[in-house]
Ligand binder design. Structure first.
Ligand code: 13P
Length: 252
């Protein structure tokens, strides 16, 4: 059975003290009231080591929001997958549309990052999703398929077992405009069918596919009720403990 996951993506929002506070609050809230799903928080690099000491890893997984496309060496300012892993993190988000768009991360770069993350024992939350313009031209299916083919379909079946997919329509990220549960289910089912074509039914059934884009406590229950939506990747609503817990509780 595939995992139900609610993952937070803090993005570039909290300084170290604020991040520590949020991690403590969340750890307390979820220790007192155990979640019915896997919970992951993906934080900026600077928070990882400290947050790793604070959280109970049985209840909350930890992830980075990025890692380098090089193994090691003279790459000033970069943080390698091995370094991420050494903090106690278990996950890394790769392929987020913000990194593709603002930092010119191409499918080839992402392919390298995915390989390095897996080699270093990290699970990858791999993001895919179309722009508004592509949705208006009804190109969403070909876009997500090409994103999978470009960066993760080179993996073996065994490697692919460590990939979580996050479908995040760019037009829904931070806009308050969520995909309807029907729109999301339709493309999640399509994504699962593409995975099945590539890796077979068992792998497709075991792959968690998360929805991201203005997901909040009010719309999470309807989204998570759909058969191919296995949880969420949460931006804005992961920055406050009560908001994030409200989404986690949608699985109850
Ligand atoms: P929002 O939840 O703020 O729309 O962000 C979604 C996202 O990009 C998560 O990676």
């Amino acid at each position: 059975m595939r995992k139900k996951i609610v993952a937070g993506n803090w993005k570039m929002n909290k300084n170290l003290q604020e991040g520590i506070e949020l991690a403590k609050e969340l750890n307390e809230a979820l220790s007192a009231d155990k979640p019915n799903c896997d919970v992951v928080i993906c934080t900026p690099f600077i928070h990882l080591a400290k947050v790793s000491e604070i959280i109970d890893h049985e209840t909350i997984g930890l992830g980075a929001e990025n890692c380098a496309d090089k193994q090691k060496g003279a790459y000033t300012g970069e943080v390698s997958a091995e370094m991420v892993k050494s903090t106690g993190a278990e996950y890394v988000i790769l392929g987020h549309s913000e990194r593709r768009e603002y930092y010119n991360e191409t499918p080839e770069i992402l392919k390298e990052k995915v390989l390095l993350a897996l080699e270093n024992g990290l699970k990858v939350i791999f993001c895919i999703g179309e722009s508004l313009e592509q949705r208006e031209k009804n190109q969403q299916n070909e876009v997500v398929k090409a994103e999978l083919e470009g960066s993760v379909f080179n993996l073996s079946k065994e490697e692919f077992a460590n990939i979580v997919i996050a479908y995040e329509p760019i037009w829904a990220i931070g806009t308050g405009k969520t995909a309807t549960s029907e729109q999301a289910e339709e493309i999640h089912a399509y994504i699962r069918s593409v995975i099945e074509e590539k890796y077979g039914k068992e792998t497709a059934e075991n792959t968690s596919i998360l929805y991201g884009g203005s997901c909040k406590a009010s719309n999470a229950p309807e989204l998570f009720a759909k058969p191919d939506i296995d949880g969420g990747l949460i931006g804005g609503a992961s920055l406050k403990c009560a908001d994030f817990k409200g989404i986690i509780d949608a699985w109850k």
